[in-house]
Design a protein around this ligand. Structure first.
Ligand SMILES: N[C@@H](CCC(=O)N[C@@H](CS)C(=O)NCC(=O)O)C(=O)O
Length: 201
């Protein structure tokens, strides 16, 4: 049985859970309490020297880093495929996953960190700056989605990378710009998928 070392609110763990659900794979959740620093315990560092979740164990294979885990799962359990068949398409997926990790997840996470603080301690200027960063990413996705249902060919790991934060835009205090029709339709399409619904976001 596959084991997933997981923290419920972690967007990287959520990415992996969507892939497991898409492939209808059974797995055991091993909760790691990031608040008590369990991820830096010697036993956990043996699994992932970076001391971060997610970590996936499949029989005797230990894989960490959500993007690498998702590709591992797609190769090991190819149905349904979540990567294009051609290398150019796969490169486009990887570029978008990298863009998501570098430009989307950090400002979205920073907004949540501020919003979790008591109101008097929040830095509203910071929140506005990070919301502007998120909106810039959404504008770029609008262009990438022109004439398409999903970011690269069929539903893929590129879409999954964005799922955890794109489905909680209202919680980030972001109202989607009415001009972003492609993004709005794409989010609605993502929300229809049982794998995305299984996150309970
Ligand atoms: N690049 C990694 C990032 C994983 C990551 O940053 N996980 C966070 C939780 S969302 C973590 O474990 N943080 C604990 C720490 O850094 O101590 C991935 O994609 O899996």
């Amino acid at each position: 049985m596959i084991k997933l070392y997981d923290y419920p609110d972690c967007p990287f763990c959520q990415k992996v859970r969507v892939v497991l659900a898409e492939k209808d794979l059974e797995f055991d959740i091993k909760p790691v309490d990031l608040r008590t620093g369990e991820q830096k315990a010697p036993e956990f560092l043996k699994l992932n020297p970076y001391g971060k979740v997610p970590v996936l164990i499949d029989e005797d294979i230990v894989v960490y880093d959500s993007t690498i885990i998702d590709e591992y799962l797609d190769e090991e359990y190819p149905n349904p495929p979540l990567m294009p068949e051609d290398s150019a398409g796969r490169a486009r997926v990887r570029l978008l996953e990298d863009f998501c990790d570098n430009s989307f997840i950090p400002p979205a996470g920073a907004i949540l960190t501020e919003l979790h603080k008591p109101e008097a301690e929040r830095d509203n200027e910071k929140i506005k700056k990070y919301q502007a960063d998120v909106n810039r990413v959404l504008a770029r996705l609008e262009v990438a989605l022109e004439g398409k249902q999903y970011l690269v060919d069929d539903f893929s790991l590129a879409d999954i990378a964005f799922v955890p934060r794109v489905v909680i835009l209202p919680q980030l205090g972001i109202e989607l710009d009415a001009r972003l029709h492609n993004v709005a339709a794409w989010i609605a399409r993502l929300r229809e998928r049982p794998s995305v619904q299984s996150l309970g976001l």
